[in-house]
Design a protein around this ligand. Sequence first.
Ligand code: IMP
Length: 193
Amino acid sequence: MKLLFATNNAHKLAEVQAVLGPEYELVTPRDCGVTEEIPETQPTLEGNALQKARYLRERTGLDCFADDTGLEVAALDGAPGVRSARYATDGHDFAANNRLLLANLRGAADRRARFRTVVALLRSGEEHLFEGIVEGRIIECERGCEGFGYDPLFVPDGFDRTFAEMSADEKNAVSHRARAVRRLADYLHGLEK
Ligand code: IMP
């Protein structure tokens, strides 16, 4: 089954495709002629995921899903949260975001953090939300070069390696996005029965 997923990020596409499995063929906005940046201007992850999915639905008429993720750091009152992509600059500058996060946590004893993903599915005129969370902590300097974003700074609970030191399969076994997408997949598979 073809499913339109609101991302042109190759890392995310590969992660989500691996979790959904081969029975779903993911199609990107670019594949459907949507080349402009999809707006995400809402104050919550739920709002942004719905906004992106509704935008794509209007532009293409296709059933689709969108996700939005935030890194929520306890000692920073949940920041960067919904602003995770644009924490340090207006662009998606991963290195600058990581530097700012480390600066804001300098000397902090409480390094607890979690990634939270919300997936919004628009299907047959209905809207559904799925959430995935992984708890962990922020270490004091970057380690590893896999993945993207805050991966080199985030160690999930139960591990001593960062997401950037894990293979894609290891990350997918526990990650926020994989958990949310597995809930999406369970829902879609349930519809087929
Ligand atoms: P998005 O909503 O998936 O685009 O995520 C927003 C921002 O959160 C990204 O620009 C990254 O900085 C960060 N982020 C999202 N998912 C991950 C992840 O799996 N690892 C590390 N950082 C992530």
